[in-house]
Design a binder for this molecule. Sequence first.
Ligand SMILES: Cc1ncc(COP(=O)(O)O)c(C=O)c1O
Length: 380
Amino acid sequence: MSPSPVTFTTPNLPATYSWEATNEGVAARYGLPIEQVVRFDLNTSPTPPAALAEMLAAGEWETVLSEYPPGDYRRLVEAAAARYGVAPSEVVPGAGADEILDLCTKAFLPFGGRAVIPVPSYAMYRVDTEQHGGVPVLVPRLPADDGFAMDLPAVRAAARDASVVWLCNPNNPTGAEEREGAIETLLAGIATDAAQTGRAPAWVIVDEAYAEFTGRSAIPLRHMHPNLVVVRTVSKAYALAGLRVGFAVATADTINRIALYRPPGSIGTISVTVAERMLREPEAMLANVARVQAERPRMVAALAAAGLRPYPSVTCFVLVDMGSPDRAAEVAEFLMRRGMVPRTFPQRHPAAHCLRLTVRAPHENDRLLEAIADFTAGAA
Ligand SMILES: Cc1ncc(COP(=O)(O)O)c(C=O)c1O
């Protein structure tokens, strides 16, 4: 009998969507103290900047919290613009990249419009598309041996009658980057097709939630391609997921279209203040990136030594082929019983035979690797 799948449904959400289990939910289900629960499923970093503690201790938060944040987020926007090398008019902030994705959907996807998604990819593209009454057009990515790259001709063809193309680069959950020049080639192809048909080109939204781990970005393409929107966040490399701060970067005209849908105060005052400083002082982020880059090969090597098949990754997580969906579910259950939460995928998902594991702090990774070694020893 195959083990019960490790999925959780949150009551009160539509039956079609379920978010990740909470730490409380995992602790209760497996009878564990909550402190034992470690998230290997959320691609966060357990190393918040050292300056954070100092800021939180010194900040006069009472007075800050009794007022709304500034409606234009001017200082935060200026800090982000300086960090990404663009003008402040080319940035709009949101409550995490997730709110930016939602704003882009509102701005660019008409009811019944088509949205192209090279799959597998970040689940929210489909959720946002469906929540807004759009039609997801799923285009399978190339196989692992081709680096899970998007199928460029197929994506271009699907974009001809679409309003939006969702791209994730580097891609979650594969951990791989598109080939050099691929996004530029796609944008050029979409522009050519649009010129030939007289139809407006699809909006191409490139989610770069993990871009700091590679240092590469599509941002410089925005002037040539005003239908490009790049999405950034402080959740991953900056280790500040709880702040909920993200950005869209595009030409000023494109930003104005997105900003039309922005609520005035979705980013809290503490988040605005902390994110502004961390964007201006990127040392902690760079140290975190270096830490992940040092830790990832160690994790990959240990997973391979345990007989698993980790795919190459340029990000803060690794997709690992477990051999079959049943075995992936078994390992997940084994890890969860020890308080470690991997990312699992539903049965019919293209990555159903895989688990996705975040590269966390060395001692946490050790705990994970030990558990996996125990599993494989027990299974042998
Ligand atoms: C590709 C991608 N985009 C966006 C997000 C969400 O980012 P944020 O925390 O900024 O909402 C995630 C988080 O897992 C992600 O993997």
